[in-house]
Design a protein around this ligand. Structure first.
Ligand code: PAF
Length: 285
């Protein structure tokens, strides 16, 4: 595996692959890699000839009081995992390389219609930070395919819309959320949790599964389900940011007649913000 941090070295490596007509797959990450990231790299390996992963803790997607400074940085361990997974190139730019004139002065990519609700409502500017950096990275790497985890459901929806709206010739692929044996969705932020908090955190997925099963069995009073679900999480110590039953494509509140539904949740345990989701298809016959 090669590791590059200069744009010209990245471009040279990619150009070589393009000239040899190789398909390039790209896995953008913020590092502190876990089995979820590695499943993306392995899938990328199956789908393309050359796999590029980036590690960049993107300052533009963190709010003023969020965890940018304490976000875990574990480059050596990340590299070892990437080598094992067969990654070909690791791109590790600095903030100055990505935003040479600073965050304020940098051109932004705004994706309206899908970024105002859910995480976008409680983390203003977050998705502009994500779409802007992903746009820059896509332009630098020029991948044929880019892979994202389903855990960040809204992020994937934002990126799909950006790619479609801006006519970017990139196939967006998703990989199912990897979970701990307890059901807890794997996340770099799980490292902030104590052992006891980890046990409590697993209740998020249990609740989502329970709600999904009720809906599959015919429950359609979504407001009551959400109210009860929020109370269940609050009872075990969560501060719930949102719990919603949404249309899978628009993320607007689901109506009883909708068939493609996604349950999404964001909740804080202590100072750690966790997100998760489950999608279900209801038969309309
Ligand atoms: O999901 C992440 O790790 C980040 O939001 C991403 C896509 C790498 C952009 O910084």
């Amino acid at each position: 595996m090669i590791t590059v941090s200069r744009i010209k070295d990245l471009r040279a490596a990619i150009q070589q692959q393009k000239q040899a007509r190789k398909r390039v797959a790209f896995v953008p990450t913020m590092g502190n890699l876990h089995a979820g990231h590695i499943s993306l790299v392995k899938r990328a390996h199956e789908m393309a000839d050359y796999v590029v992963t980036s590690i960049f803790v993107n300052p533009l997607q963190f709010g003023a009081h969020e965890d940018l400074d304490k976000y875990p940085r574990t480059l050596d361990a990340d590299k070892a995992q990437l080598v094992n997974a067969g990654n070909h190139a690791l791109y590790t730019p600095t903030a100055t390389q990505i935003y040479p004139k600073g965050l304020e002065q940098h051109t932004k990519v705004i994706v309206p219609g899908i970024t105002e609700s859910h995480c976008g409502a409680s983390r203003p500017g977050h998705f502009t930070g994500v779409s802007t950096v992903v746009n820059i990275l896509f332009n630098l790497v020029q991948p044929d395919i880019a892979l994202f985890g389903e855990k960040d459901y809204q992020q994937v929806a934002v990126i799909r819309k950006m790619v479609k709206d801006l006519g970017m010739p990139i196939q967006i692929e998703t990989v199912a959320t990897m979970r701990e044996p307890s059901g807890l969705a794997m996340s770099s932020r799980n490292g902030y949790l104590s052992a006891a908090e980890k046990q409590t955190a697993a209740k998020i997925y249990k609740l989502l599964k329970d709600m999904a099963s009720r809906i599959e069995k015919g429950a359609r009073d979504y407001d009551s389900l959400i109210l009860a679900g929020k109370a269940t999480l609050a009872d075990v110590g969560f501060e719930v940011d949102y719990l919603s039953i949404a249309q899978s494509d628009t993320l607007a509140p689901a109506k009883p007649e909708d068939s493609e539904i996604t349950l999404l949740v964001a909740a804080k345990l202590g100072s750690t913000r966790l997100i998760d989701n489950i999608s279900i298809s209801l038969s309309t016959s």
